[in-house]
Design a protein around this ligand. Structure first.
Ligand code: HEC
Ligand code: HEC
Length: 320
């Protein structure tokens, strides 16, 4: 059979089965961390907190204010429009609380800095309409994103999209290949060290955690993340992403040179690998199902769990 017919037959079978045959079969739980039940943040002792290179000082109550998040480094971004810097009570939280004022985001949400404005607005509309959901229904951050998308006006979504699109993505995640990683637990919807000092085998996982937990807990937008990835995964991911390696389509055709984005198609370079794996898995399993996700379905159809890890290790290692 010629290759084209093979591809068509495969695509047909995959579509008939719902989820493609070679798909990553079980939810990669490390990419969708869920807080243990009853986990509560430490109470506010009323003291003013500070972070390096900032003149600001906030109490923990201020730092956790979803309607007016801390802005530790006002010099590293333009003035935030209200929709980004202040929410709209009772339920439309400020975009900048989760995505950070500089749009670099955290592993439990997504970076937005420098993404195409039209793409950002389109995704908000898709969270709102319900075609974009998460494969982990217990993820509070994602459920809150959906809630915000339902409340924000189209006009404000456009303003927020223009703001985040104007920001420059900068290096934010340090990728390290390693066999062993610190033992982790879930805290604040992300993986953090479990405090025992013990290590364990990485296996086929990406362990993305704060460079400095204390600063991340203070929502310091200048303290980034470290992503531990399996040995050899960056090279393997590079082969898949650049040549397809018989399993997929080279990403740069649509995501642009250096995977820095092309027209309305989002960048992948230097972005959170846990976020990226969630998207690849969601598209593969039909929980992210916008009109443009169709273009991605054949790309992810034949990718295994190990392939998703390798691709995300590679894209995260690229300069944004
Ligand atoms: C309570 C936290 C929270 C708030 C507030 C929030 N988001 Fe999000 N947002 C998320 C999470 C979590 C995701 C990632 C979803 C996933 O992993 O599938 C996300 C994803 C996105 C994406 C998808 C990015 C991509 O690359 O596809 C866009 C766009 C977005 N948010 C825009 C906004 C805008 C605009 C606002 C303000 C109007 C906002 N968000 C407010 C949590 C939030
Ligand atoms: C035929 C064009 C095309 C190719 C080839 C392609 N993509 Fe995409 N990709 C898209 C489009 C369009 C979207 C936006 C999907 C949507 O709106 O739901 C997207 C979205 C994504 C997303 C979600 C990004 C985000 O911000 O949420 C990831 C991750 C992704 N692609 C990874 C890849 C990888 C990895 C490859 C190569 C192995 C690849 N893509 C190849 C067109 C493509």
């Amino acid at each position: 059979m010629n290759k084209f017919v093979c591809v068509l037959t495969y695509a047909f079978l995959a579509a008939a089965a719902g989820v493609p045959a070679d798909a990553a079969d079980s939810l990669p739980v490390w990419a969708y961390p869920v807080n243990p039940p009853g986990l509560k943040p430490a109470p506010d002792d009323g003291s003013l907190k500070q972070v390096p290179n900032s003149a600001a000082a906030y109490t923990m109550t201020q730092i956790r204010d979803l309607f007016m998040p801390p802005d530790w480094h006002p010099d590293n971004h333009p003035p935030m429009p209200d929709v980004v810097g202040r929410g709209n009570k009772p339920g439309q939280f400020a975009c900048g609380f989760c995505h950070l004022p500089n749009g670099l985001g955290r592993p439990e949400n997504s970076s937005l800095a420098g993404l195409p404005a039209s793409y950002i607005a389109q995704q908000v509309a898709e969270f709102k309409s319900g075609v974009r959901k998460s494969s982990e229904p217990a993820s509070l951050p994602i459920n809150l994103m959906v809630a915000v998308a339902k409340l924000v006006s189209e006009e404000d979504a456009k303003i927020a999209a223009a703001y985040f699109a104007s920001l420059k993505p900068v290096p934010w995640i340090r990728v390290v290949e390693t066999d062993t990683v610190p033992k982790t637990k879930v805290g604040g919807w992300m993986l953090i060290e479990d405090g025992s000092g013990a290590t364990e085998a990485i296996g086929q996982r990406i362990i993305e955690m704060p460079e400095n937990l204390e600063r991340t807990e203070l929502r310091d937008s200048a303290s980034g993340f470290i992503a531990y990835v399996p040995p050899g995964s960056i090279r393997r991911g590079e082969a898949l992403a650049t040549e397809g390696a018989g399993k997929t389509t080279p990403c740069a055709i649509c995501h642009g040179a250096g995977l820095k984005g092309l027209g309305p198609v989002p960048a992948l370079a230097g972005r959170s690998p846990s976020y990226l794996v969630r998207q690849l898995y969601d598209i593969q399993h039909g929980t992210r199902n916008g009109p443009w996700s169709e273009l991605m379905k054949p790309v992810v159809a034949g990718l295994s769990a190990e392939d998703l890890v390798a691709i995300a290790a590679y894209t995260a290692s690229l300069a944004p």
